[in-house]
Ligand binder design. Sequence first.
Ligand code: FUB
Length: 366
Amino acid sequence: MNNLVKLIPAYCALFAIASCGKPSETTDVTSEIEVSDTTSKYLSQPLISDHYTADPSAHVFDGKIYIYPSHDVESDVPEDDLGAHFNMMDYHVYSMDSPSGAITDHGKVLGAEDVPWAKRQLWAPDAAEKDGKYYLYFPAKDDKDIFKIGVAVGDSPIGPFTAQPEPIKGSYSIDPSVFEDSDGSYYMYFGGIWGGQLQKYRNNKFEDKGAAPTDGLPADDEPALGPIIAKMSDDMLQFAETPKEIKILDENGAPILNGDNDRRFFEAAWIHKYMDKYYLSYSTGDTHFIAYAIADNPYGPFTYQGVVLNPVEGWTNHHSIVEVDGNWFIYYHDTQLSGKTHLRNIKVAPLKHLEDGSIQTINPLN
Ligand code: FUB
């Protein structure tokens, strides 16, 4: 915990948009938690405060909001530039009736012990629904310490989920997010550099060029690596095509360069569709912005537009964007409760598309 903490009741709406987190599986219990007494500096308050959560992927299924985040935990693994200290081992699912309402923790829905091929580091997940089945997509490291992406299937948005015995064929790296297009096609976007290992691949082939986080990245004056897209198979369990790299261009149609740290892709790709345009938002990682780029189709090329969310407290920035009853929201995280990079807490705030289609930049701090 940071220095400026005091005990206050958890069940207190400090901001119209944010509900304070409540303990697991209950909807009306007041608990005592430690929170910062500098709450007023934040745009929103933590949604969950009895454990740590991050990388929230939010969806509306059957009129209810479901959130699929990472479950951050303390561990003995020392911090490094490859994110070894993000040593998460399971997932919980949460739901909310509205973004300003109470949040329910539906408990653990999948653990590393339930996934035959996964050894550690269950990082940012996502979920999708198709024909009454629910699919939880997640990255994890295998026994060779290589990230792959797995899928677990359930009959309900809150699980239980049963993992497929093998990772998705041809999958690699981290941060899967699965987008359902208006025509009923589903696409997975994935990838993340440094600890996310994307820089170790070219044309979907592993080419290890060294252990440092930047080994394998293009030179600063070369095009940056983009996130990867693949259409999903009808059964949602495999890729239906060879994954392709997405291009992100600047306002002149030139590729964003690897040295352009404030605009280049790092991790946390998310797609939403607004006014028939595809909005790719992503974290610029070591410069901590959530940036966005627009395209006319799911594959791009995407043209860089600006910043959705300015840097939050903590090293990582990772979000999702969801429409709820005609209004748009961003789910994101920061480290308000712990002050520690790897112990994060999820939040929500309104997101506004302006008349010209641009997104009004959100400041996570007041
Ligand atoms: O939570 C672990 C990793 O941190 C995620 O996969 C990244 O997007 C970053 O948020």
